[in-house]
Ligand binder design. Structure first.
Ligand code: PCA
Length: 122
């Protein structure tokens, strides 16, 4: 039996977005929103989510149940080893609050990047 893990995605991994094929054989669980305190910044055709203490809206995304192989592929895509994103527990609103669900927080500078709010659209 493979180990499944819930992951929060908010950018190119969402349904109908450019990297969704990384998840196409995984299980969609539901739509979700982070607690307030997070914002998206536009990077080079993809978003980075970072903590923003004065934010009131949070970030909208999706929960997916992924197997161990898929998680390795996602971590590669998001450049964890290169320090581009960190996969960390993200505080989410109900019904996903306090379940220790992880998402990809942008780990590099967002200086001079455009804040695009709560929802990533391609
Ligand atoms: N892919 C990840 C992080 C940002 C991105 O474009 C995601 O969709 O959650």
């Amino acid at each position: 039996m493979s180990t499944e893990k819930l992951v929060f995605v908010y950018g190119t991994l969402k349904r109908a977005c450019s990297n969704h094929h990384y998840l196409s054989d995984q299980k969609f669980v539901g739509e979700a929103r982070t607690a307030p305190g997070f914002c998206l910044y536009a990077l080079d055709g993809f978003p980075g989510m970072v903590a923003k203490p004065d934010d009131h809206d949070g970030v909208v995304g999706e929960i997916w149940s992924v197997d161990a192989d898929a998680l390795v592929r996602l971590d590669g895509l998001e450049g964890l080893k290169e320090g581009m994103y960190r996969r960390e527990i993200v505080p989410l609103l109900a019904p996903y609050a306090d379940r220790g669900i992880e998402g990809y927080l942008y780990a590099r500078s967002i200086d001079d990047r455009l804040a695009v709010g709560s929802i990533w659209k391609e």
